[in-house]
Design a protein around this ligand. Structure first.
Ligand code: FE2
Ligand code: FE2
Length: 446
């Protein structure tokens, strides 16, 4: 039992404390006068050894000891001074004060706590936090965290630079402060959708205008953020600028379209009837597609499909193509080849819409009576169903070298009689409606 009454603790309590207790007598003695077992454990020596040591044993370096004594000599107590006992690898926190005994002896009374575990945790959290912040700030993507009302609560460096504002100016703001009303409303709707559904929004492509007026194309993913109880408390978003990539894709895309248009021109030079036909089929198909409310991409797809759907006829001898009178079975089978030849020409172009498939299927009928594969409704894509109706409408209403135009009424009658058997009923209704709205006249040459 080394602890005296000054600690106002019994030796049993003192020795069972996790914290180390000590009393150290200053000059002229300079020695430990009492301590508990935990203190011995923390400094790593026996009681006999400690009686021969100076207070330096508590500090890893001379400078640590100096700082500690400077603090102590200011008069007040020193609280939680972090150091490592000499030759030890464990961190401790020393709290101490200078007191005077009844016989006027100046001593240091102290308490030492093992803080290695907390220190390790703290260091770990610091490293993790630093790692995460470092990662976020060096990402060439905008990363942002928003609360339940879509207010920014944290954003990385890339995002902040994009707004052209200082970090402090961004916190608490919403997309309405940085983007046009329409854009911000769309973003707000996406945030709220993620919050209400709890499901992420993945890879949405958007066009945005930045604070400097530059327009860009971005791809955004938003995920819900949860608290410890699993409640959704906001969203985390990551937005990547894909303008350069999109421009490159657009360039590649327009090169492909140019190539196909050159092929279309070749067909025109060879057979002006077919060229006019494809131009008008394209117009009819676009008008029907607009009624179906297709987006700009799909409209462009159907425009091209219309222009190119008979490109395969380039392989058919011109006298068979335009000859008046009945064709032999062989000649007819040669003509029927054109949708397949066209498919072969286009199937390797990587379009973002099913161009090759649409032209391949434009002579298919929903009851399976068409060619070349005899597909039925479920197997025929909508683009091909639109082409089929447009194709019949144009072919029947236009003059051919081998026959006169059959007229709009006959074309309407053909569509009506084939409605639901050969042709998709909804598409037939749209086509008839377009004709009737145009005083029962051809609407594609307006
Ligand atoms: Fe055709
Ligand atoms: Fe055609």
């Amino acid at each position: 039992m080394k602890v005296n009454n000054h600690f106002q603790l019994t030796s049993v309590v003192a020795d069972n404390l996790e914290a180390g207790l000590f009393r150290y007598s200053l000059a002229p003695d300079n020695k430990f006068i009492s301590f508990n077992n935990s203190f011995l454990k923390l400094v790593g020596c026996t009681g006999v050894e400690l009686s021969l040591k100076k207070i330096d044993i508590l500090f890893s370096s001379f400078s640590d000891k100096n700082i500690f004594f400077n603090l102590l000599n200011r008069g007040g107590p020193v609280r939680l001074f972090h150091t490592k006992p000499k030759d030890k690898d464990d961190w401790v926190a020393v709290s101490a004060a200078i007191v005077y005994t009844q016989d006027k002896q100046k001593i240091i009374e102290g308490l030492v706590q093992d803080i290695s575990h907390q220190k390790k945790m703290h260091d770990h959290i610091f490293v993790e936090k630093h790692f995460l912040e470092n990662l976020l700030d060096n990402l060439p993507d905008a990363v942002y965290f928003k609360d339940i009302e879509s207010r920014i609560i944290k954003a990385n460096r890339f995002y902040i630079q994009g707004t052209g504002l200082a970090k402090e100016e961004i916190m608490g703001k919403t997309d309405f402060d940085f983007f046009s009303f329409e854009q911000a409303q769309e973003m707000f709707k996406d945030d709220q959708q993620v919050i209400s559904s709890g499901k992420p929004l993945v890879g949405k492509i958007e066009k945005t205008t930045l604070s400097d007026g530059s327009k860009n194309q971005v791809i955004t993913t938003k995920i819900p953020m949860h608290d410890k109880q699993g409640k959704i408390i906001g969203t985390m978003g990551i937005t990547r600028d894909i303008t350069a990539h999109a421009n490159l894709e657009e360039e590649k895309f327009s090169m492909m379209i140019n190539t196909l248009e050159v092929l279309g021109k070749a067909l025109e030079l060879r057979d002006p009837y077919t060229f006019n036909h494809t131009r008008f089929v394209s117009k009819i198909a676009q008008d029907i597609a607009s009624e179906l409310r297709w987006d700009a991409h799909r409209l462009l797809g159907i425009k091209l499909a219309g222009e190119l759907h008979d490109l395969g006829k380039i392989a058919i001898p011109i006298d068979i193509l335009n000859r008046p009178g009945k064709l032999s079975d062989l000649e007819y089978s040669l003509i029927k080849e054109h949708s397949h030849s066209c498919y072969e020409l286009m199937k390797d172009f990587a379009f973002p819409f099913p161009l090759a498939k649409a032209v391949y299927q434009h002579h298919e009928r929903i009851d399976g009576s068409g060619y070349p594969q005899g597909l039925t409704s479920k197997e025929i894509i909508t683009e091909a169903k639109v082409l089929a109706v447009s194709d019949v409408l144009e072919a029947m209403t236009s003059h051919r070298p081998y026959r006169e135009a059959l007229g709009i009424e006959n074309a309407k009658a053909e569509l009506k009689s084939g409605r639901g058997s050969k042709y998709d009923p909804e598409i037939v209704d749209i086509a008839i409606d377009l004709i009737e709205k145009n005083d029962n006249k051809i609407f594609w040459k307006n």
